[in-house]
Design a protein around this ligand. Structure first.
Ligand code: SF4
Ligand code: SF4
Length: 206
């Protein structure tokens, strides 16, 4: 599936997604967001205005969204999208409410929502049967790795022996391992699984 096909699945069939980001204190926050629209600018989400997730997204440069379309536990498709996110204007709200009829019932007061747009990044899809999967990119550029982790983030030190245990433990899949492990900071949710797993204590929290 292409990025366009995955966005289409999110917007027209999955609708409600789990969206996660990192707040100003470097802690992970997740919540429910409606994937409502996609165009050349990116993938649009609605969140409850001034809710916990909304406040976090306003200060977070990146987010990850996941959604599942399934009839049962083995027949369906899961889509995950990582990317740059920013608050968008409300100009397209009428278009969203026209395209997604259920929004009028869910958000009777249109002003009670905030709009965010994921503009560039990457994603992956997977059949729940495990038989098919794929990945895609979208937007102007891949998210650029942050040079340094935020407060509360994790850093791989020179004690690393390149065993790969942290990459296997990372729920985000955001660790690559060569001679030394490297964490893609923009995708890290600061869960600490990597540090807990490292056999030589080479991963330190900042
Ligand atoms: S396992 Fe480590 S790198 Fe992966 S999300 Fe958790 S803290 Fe970040
Ligand atoms: S688990 Fe520790 S030693 Fe192994 S690759 Fe990760 S950081 Fe390096």
């Amino acid at each position: 599936m292409t990025a366009k096909e995955c966005f289409e699945l999110l917007v027209t069939q999955i609708h409600v997604t789990a969206l996660a980001a990192v707040n100003e204190d470097g802690l992970p926050v997740s919540g429910i967001a409606d994937a409502v629209y996609a165009d050349e600018a990116g993938l649009y989400f609605l969140t409850e205005k001034d809710g916990t997730l909304c406040k976090c997204l306003k200060s977070s440069a990146y987010a990850v969204c996941s959604g599942v379309k399934s009839e049962d536990p083995v027949n369906g498709t899961a889509v995950t999208v990582y990317g740059k996110i920013s608050e968008a204007g409300t100009e397209l709200l009428p278009q969203f409410f026209t395209a997604q009829k259920y929004l009028a019932e869910k958000y009777p007061a249109k002003k009670a929502v905030s709009v965010f747009c994921m503009t560039a990044g990457s994603g992956e899809w997977k059949a729940l049967s495990g038989k098919e999967s794929g990945s895609f990119t979208f937007g102007a550029a891949e998210p650029e790795p942050a040079a340094e982790p935020q407060a509360g983030g994790y850093l791989v030190t020179d004690a690393c022996i390149g065993c790969g245990a942290c990459a296997d433990a990372c729920p985000q899949g955001c660790i690559t391992v060569g001679d030394k492990a490297e964490i893609a900071q923009e995708e890290c949710l600061h869960c600490g699984c990597c540090a807990d797993t490292c056999p030589v204590g080479a991963i330190e929290q900042q």
